[in-house]
Design a protein around this ligand. Sequence first.
Ligand code: NDP
Length: 445
Amino acid sequence: MGLIQDTIEIVRKRNANEPEFLQAVTEVLESIEPAITRHKKYRDGNILQRIVEPERLIQFRVPWQDDKGQFQVNRGFRIQMNSAIGPYKGGLRLHSTVCASILKFLAFEQVFKNSLTTLPMGGGKGGSDFDPKGKSDNEVMRFCQSFMNELFRHIGPDTDVPAGDIGVGGREIGYLFGQYKRLANEFTGILTGKGLNWGGSLIRPEATGYGAVYFAQEMLKTRKQAMEGKVCTVSGSGNAAQYTVEKLIQVGATVVTVSDSNGFIHDKDGINKEKLAWLMDLKNVRRGRIKEYAEQFGASYFEGKRPWGIKCDCAFPCATQNEISGEDAKTLLANGCTLVSEAANMPSEPAAIDQFLAKKILYGPGKAANAGGVATSGLEMCQNSARMPWSSYEVDRKLHDIMITIHKNVCAAATEYGAPDNYVIGANIAGFVKVADAMLDQGLV
Ligand code: NDP
């Protein structure tokens, strides 16, 4: 339709050199066409042009000193994309590739994802091109403190509540929180993913991975299947990957791969609980490389490769954006893969998504499948406001219920708009409608 392509063209012109942002906008806008066609109010309200423009984009200098006393400078960002249904909410990414394009794509996706969670959260994302890999704890601390020296004036428990993402785990959240507390002189829930002794929620570390498996289980139920006995490939070996593997082991699946940015390992016997505990120590404590897993357990290691050539029933991309190419998708399908549940954000390139949809496999896009992470961040915010922690049973039950509801709402929207079984259309429309209606209700926002 003209309006959709016209809007994409405006985004292309206004955001030259931002391919990831354009990719995310194109994917969402093209798939919500049935809702735009059906509802005149969205066309009259010029909602498309409004929703693709961040409410606020903050960029700042982050100077810090390395262990040799040298001054280093990185670039910090916070994208406050949309606050129509709640305070901005979304992670901070620390990785050398971070730039406005990547953060704007993540913030845009976050808006619709947060809407799907059923909780009142707007969308945002932030981070820096600082890479914690290879840095000492002291260097990471000095960077986090300097980053928060600027960020603190833009966030707050009712304004914007960041969390972790690539390169930001418990250690980084701790340093960021400590600095916020010193600057603001208050103990409030301005970050999620906090330590359990100081306002964190049980199950938050597990939530993204567990949620991606819960979502996969719901997709399988529509075909009267279960996860038990399925052979699964997983990419990444960070937070999302580790707890995807943990939940897959718990539900009786066999996980045969994990990876990092250097390569992947193939463990034909499957990663069991003991091997996973060793992997978690390798990645979270010793901060080593995945190659060491192969040396430890006699698995195969493939340098510079991704795991999608390994035969599997189900694939769980848990590393980064655009990690499944059109060629990878062809290989996955040829090898009999019938389910892809995205714990990572936008891991499948458009050519891969086209093939998954054409072959009608169970394809759960990230904004639905990995929404358990931010949903549990929302639960952490509830506990912080009430100053009352919940048990892990309670949080996990709520997380599970939310993933079941997201799946139900996505399927209902897909069916309502004439595309049953298409989780892309269902997730994008269900997420969009709630935000767009709130924007219309609120006038000139
Ligand atoms: P982590 O930093 O904990 O782990 C990231 C993993 O992916 C690491 O194994 C890393 O390897 C690998 N990786 C990162 N970049 C690349 C790359 N360019 N090529 C190959 N491998 C790469 O991050 P998370 O697990 O938190 O995040 C992973 C994905 O999940 C991201 O897409 C994130 O946006 C998404 N996500 C995370 C949520 C969360 O709660 N943490 C919530 C929702 C989505 P290496 O260590 O070598 O860099």
